[in-house]
Design a protein around this ligand. Structure first.
Ligand code: ATP
Ligand code: VIB
Length: 282
């Protein structure tokens, strides 16, 4: 069988932005942010500073409006914070956004896209479609969509969000919560995941989704897979531990990769994600 092309992954969006970052190996990445209708992630201001475009999925706009001032405790000027953290677009079926929030951002110049006629795709799906249309064909392979608030809430929403990864399987999408991230590793590629141990790990998992995986092989984990079969009802790799700086994964089916994110409260200075006060001075 032909050798699979390598695909590199490095979660540079978890580090403070620097001039030279946001690369996967030598390839520059263009980040976009989608904010879902869940409590705003504690590191949202950091994500905000990495991305080129910010989209709120329907009620996600309420969260940006309500929660961002709390994430910037050093600043008293709530209106100033809201103006600085203005989404470029709000898109969805508009059944969750409050009228005051909609009017507020409309008056600031946010583009509003009402898709209330579509009750068959989720607001996340609608926002990803917008971003893919927004980015030119040649830039699409460099796009990486960060989805804030995708996990840890209603199970039907969580599964809908994971289904979206499968639907847009050729697009780099990272689902984020305060506790972990999830992304899809397409079976067509050999994956090389750089671990930024100051902010992520060590807990991780590899999970077949939609169909069993006949054969998966990994390096860099405490419990590596060696042409191993995985299926629901049989083995899936949960509660695994990253051991090296790089994890490699090859599989005959698409897998979900998940890794824990370090928390300020659990880690020393070294292992913490920057909080909003650090971010505001970057
Ligand atoms: N509890 C949750 N857990 C995970 N994701 C969520 C949760 N709530 C909302 N989302 C995500 O945020 C998006 C926007 O949320 P919103 O509440 O506006 O959607 P909705 O279509 O009104 O949902 P529903 O009608 O099912 O309550 C959803 O499409 C979903 O992706
Ligand atoms: C089989 C089936 N199940 C659920 C829905 C409902 N639904 C799915 S996505 C969505 C929009 C949410 O903003 C809604 C209402 C449907 N249409 N078809």
């Amino acid at each position: 069988m032909a050798q699979k092309l390598p695909m590199t992954h490095r979660s540079t969006f978890l580090l403070p932005p620097t001039v030279s970052d946001d690369c996967n190996g030598s390839v520059p990445v263009t980040y976009a942010l989608i904010i879902l209708n869940q409590r705003l992630l504690r590191f949202s201001p950091l994500l905000w500073d990495h991305v080129k475009i910010r989209v709120c999925a329907d009620g996600g706009a309420n969260r940006l409006f309500d929660d961002m001032p709390e994430l910037c405790p050093l600043e008293n000027d709530v209106s100033g914070i809201r103006e600085r953290y203005k989404p470029d677009v709000i898109k969805g079926d508009m059944d969750s956004i409050r009228p005051d929030v909609l009017n507020y951002y409309r008056n600031l110049g946010t583009k509003i896209i009402d898709n209330s006629d579509d009750q068959d795709t989720t607001d996340l799906h609608k926002c990803i479609t917008y971003l893919l249309d927004f980015v030119s064909d040649d830039k699409r392979s460099n796009l990486c969509i960060l989805v804030a608030g995708a996990l840890g809430g209603r199970f039907d929403h969580e599964m809908g969000n994971i289904n979206t990864l499968c639907h847009f399987s050729t697009t780099r999408i990272v689902l984020l919560s305060d506790d972990c991230l999830i992304q899809l590793l397409p079976s067509t590629r050999h994956h090389e995941i750089s671990i930024i141990s100051s902010v992520e790990g060590p807990h991780c998992g590899l999970i077949p989704i939609g169909a069993p995986s006949g054969s998966s092989t990994t390096t860099g984990l405490q419990w590596n897979l060696d042409n191993t079969e995985m299926r629901f009802g049989g083995l899936v790799s949960t509660s695994n531990i990253v051991k090296g700086e790089t994890v490699t994964v090859t599989s005959d089916s698409d897998l979900l990769w998940t890794i824990s994110l370090k928390k300020n409260s659990h880690e020393g200075e070294e292992g913490k994600l920057p909080d909003s006060q650090h971010v505001s001075v970057i």
